[in-house]
Design a protein around this ligand. Structure first.
Ligand code: AMP
Length: 214
C-alpha cells in the first residue's frame, strides 16, 4: 500500500511515518530527510539547497523529483511507501503519478493531517531529536530524560536549523501557497482522507490506521 501523508510542517507526518515503518514494514520516503542527509554529507546538491532550506523555502521540483525517482527505482522488500513531505507542489504530484506508473505501482490514498497554526508553532519551536537514531522529543510534551535518548541512550540531541519562528512563518506560507492546492487535487481524484492531527501520538496513529482501511 502506497500512501502520502500530507500536512503542514509540524503536523506529525514524520512521527507517524516512523511508526508505520516499525510496525508495518513500510518504507518512509521523506524528501526533507534526504535533503538533510545530502547536506550533512556535503554533496554539491546538499550545498546548493542548504540556504534555501534554512530560510524555510521550497527547493526546486527538479531536485526533489530526482531524489524520489532514485528511491522508487531501488529494489526493496517493503509493504509499501509512505511519502512524507512529498509531493509539495502540483508539479511534484503529477511527477509522482508518472513515476509510480513507471515502476508498476499506484497510489492507494492520501491522508491529510489537520493541525491549527498555533499548535504547529508550539510543536515546532519545542522539538528536537536524537542525533544518533532520530527519535523525536519536545521541550514540554516529551523531554528526553536528563537529555538521554530513551531509544538508543545517546546524548547527542539536535535541533533543526529551520525550526525557528521566522523560518516556520516562511514554511507555513509555502505550505498554504504551494502545497494546500494538493488537498483539492486529491479530493477531486477521490483519494483524500482528512484526519484530525491534534492529540496524543497513539490517537492520531489510530485515526491514520482507520483512514488506511479500505
Ligand atoms: P521537511 O523535513 O519535510 O519539513 O522539509 C524541510 C525542508 O526541505 C523544507 O522546508 C524545504 O526547504 C525542503 N523540502 C523537503 N521536501 C520538499 C519538497 N517535496 N519540495 C520542495 N522542498 C522540499
Amino acid at each position: 500500500m502506497n500512501i502520502i501523508l500530507l500536512g503542514p510542517p509540524g503536523a506529525g507526518k514524520g512521527t507517524q511515518a516512523k511508526m508505520l515503518v516499525d510496525e508495518q514494514n513500510m518504507t518512509q520516503l521523506s524528501t526533507g530527510d534526504m535533503l538533510r542527509a545530502a547536506r550533512s554529507s556535503g554533496t554539491e546538491m546538499g550545498k546548493k539547497v542548504a540556504a534555501v532550506m534554512d530560510r524555510g523555502e521550497l527547493v526546486t521540483d527538479e531536485i526533489v523529483i530526482g531524489l524520489i525517482e532514485e528511491q522508487l527505482t531501488m529494489e526493496r522488500d517493503t509493504a509499501g511507501f509512505i511519502f512524507d513531505g512529498f509531493p509539495r507542489t502540483l508539479a511534484q504530484a503529477d511527477a509522482l503519478a508518472n513515476l509510480l506508473e513507471k515502476v508498476g505501482q499506484k497510489l492507494d490514498g492520501v491522508i491529510e493531517m489537520r493541525v491549527d497554526d498555533q499548535a504547529l508553532t508550539r510543536r515546532i519551536t519545542g522539538r528536537y531529536s536524537c542525533g544518533n537514531c532520530g527519535a523525536v522529543y519536545h521541550d514540554e510534551t516529551r523531554p528526553a530524560p536528563n537529555g538521554v535518548c530513551e531509544v538508543c541512550n545517546s546524548t547527542a540531541m539536535k535541533r533543526r536549523a529551520d525550526d525557528t519562528e521566522e523560518a516556520l512563518r516562511t514554511r507555513l506560507m509555502a505550505y498554504y501557497k504551494e502545497t494546500a492546492p494538493l488537498i483539492g487535487y486529491y479530493y477531486a481524484k477521490k483519494q483524500l482522507e482528512t484526519i484530525n492531527g491534534l492529540g496524543e501520538i497513539a490517537e492520531v496513529k489510530e485515526r491514520i490506521a482507520n483512514a488506511m482501511t479500505p
